[in-house]
Design a protein around this ligand. Structure first.
Ligand code: ADP
Length: 441
């Protein structure tokens, strides 16, 4: 539904000035903000000027239109004979329509006979204009006749000055923003350079660490092997009888040398993997055989009276992996499980997961368990959790980091779940086919 507000006849240039004034008055009374008042006044006066230029009987009708989400001010400028007025008038009409499009929410030119352009702008979000208020607006419009064109010119000048000042302010804001952005950019570029520098230094340090570990471990291995071999000769009485005290001391030397060899071996393995010098060698693996071999290897560690070691295989077919690495990971899990379990069982199982086409090896114990806060830490080098069993059992804190790296080389991963006082489960998930080694080039 539409309610008429005002009707302005447009007979000449003075009426164009007048309709501009009226447009500003109407939009002000309807509650439009200052800037929107100027937009509406400019759009209406431009279209009115085009209508007056080549047409006759031109007029502008202001109405308040309901039926939209918000009430709208609708202004229709119409005239006769504009079509016949030639190309110059057509160009002015086109220009006016472009302006109106830009300044209003909508602007359509009716295709019917004569010239009619309908422009609309939604009222600001406020209480709707009631018929009573509209009547008041009409009374007010009648009471404030349009002033003369000199005043309108002054008004337009004022608007122009205000717009220019506003533009200058925005330009300054933009300049300030650009300066800030440039500073930020410069900061980011500097940070990048620093990060790249640090990354390069870290890479070099890492390389040096791997080289150092690899060299020293290698150098340590030979003397340690000699110490172990010589202690064994002594213990085997190859060089004559030993007193009980001598036997105890040589035994201690042999045990310490063995522990050091284990540490050195783990260090060397880790260093080699980190230097990218280890590659998994794929071959068919039969889980049954793997478990049998593990059982044999772990037997010396099992104290059958307190803890039983159970193997539980549900995988019948062969799969492809590096059996040496796989066995190393499981040995580590099992020896840890035996170390940290005083009573109960250590269960080693294998099963196939059809959905992800993977094999899942799990080592579950009924041991002391691991606090949630330590679950990720234990995969970091040299980390051991403080507990009474820890002191009794030796260890390097390198086993699990090594397991994680080895699992990655096999294209798989290692996970752990645990409950303190109840037990832990270490899981190795492997693909059924060994993936090709990553391209290090
Ligand atoms: P190490 O066994 O030589 O100390 P690991 O890297 O194999 O080194 O293990 C790190 C630590 O994780 C162990 O010292 C122990 O505190 C904890 N841990 C590993 N496995 C278990 C387990 N099955 N139960 C309880 N704690 C464990």
């Amino acid at each position: 539904m539409s309610q008429r507000i005002l009707n302005v006849a447009l007979e000449g240039d003075t009426d164009v000035v007048l309709v501009r004034q009226r447009a500003r008055q109407v939009s002000k009374l309807l509650g439009f903000a200052k800037q929107d008042q100027v937009r509406i006044a400019t759009a209406v006066s431009e279209v009115a000027r085009a209508a007056c230029h080549g047409g006759c009987n031109a007029r502008a009708v202001f109405v308040l239109a309901d039926g939209h989400a918000r009430q709208q001010l609708e202004v229709t400028v119409s005239a006769g004979g504009v079509e016949a007025a030639g190309s110059e008038a057509a160009a002015i009409v086109d220009q006016a329509l472009v302006t109106a499009h830009r300044l209003m929410d909508g602007c359509v030119r009716d295709e019917g006979a004569g010239f009619a352009v309908r422009m609309r702008k939604a009222l600001p979000p406020q209480a709707p204009v009631s018929p009573t208020l509209l009547a008041q607006i009409a009374t007010e419009l009648a009471a404030t006749p349009a002033s003369n064109s000199y005043e309108e010119m002054q008004q337009q000048n004022r608007e122009l000055v205000e717009t220019l000042a506003e533009l200058r302010e925005r330009q300054e804001d933009l300049l300030e923003l650009t300066r800030e952005l440039e500073d930020t950019n410069r900061g980011i570029v500097a940070l990048y350079a620093e990060i790249e520098d640090k990354a390069e230094r870290l890479r070099r340090a890492d390389e040096m660490k791997s080289r150092f570990l690899s060299n020293t471990s290698h150098e340590l291995r030979t003397p340690l092997s000699s110490i172990r071999a010589l202690s064994k000769l002594l213990l085997d009485r190859m060089d004559g009888e030993l007193t009980p005290e001598q036997e105890r001391q040589v035994y201690l030397i042999e045990r310490t040398a063995t522990e050091m060899s284990e540490l050195v071996n783990d260090l060397l393995d880790l260093a080699k993997i980190e230097a990218g010098r280890v590659e998994a060698q794929g071959a068919p693996v039969v889980v049954e055989n793997l478990f049998r071999a593990l059982k044999g290897m772990m037997r010396p560690l099992v104290d059958g009276e307190r803890v039983e070691l159970v193997f539980d295989n549900a995988v019948e077919e062969t799969f492809e992996s590096d059996e040496g690495m796989l066995s190393q990971i499981l040995r580590n899990f099992i020896s840890n499980a035996l170390k940290f379990t005083e009573q109960g069982s250590v269960r080693v199982s294998a099963e196939r997961d059809e959905a992800s086409d993977t094999l899942r090896f799990a080592v579950t114990d009924t041991g002391i368990g691991i606090d949630a806060e330590h679950l990720q830490l234990i995969f970091e080098e040299f980390t051991q959790v403080e507990n009474p069993l820890q002191r009794r059992s030796k260890g390097t804190g390198l086993g699990l980091p090594l397991c994680r790296r080895l699992a990655e080389l096999l294209g798989g991963r290692v996970d752990v779940t645990s409950r303190p006082g109840v037990g832990s489960t270490f899981v190795l998930t492997l693909p059924r086919h060994l993936p090709p080694p990553p391209d290090n080039a």
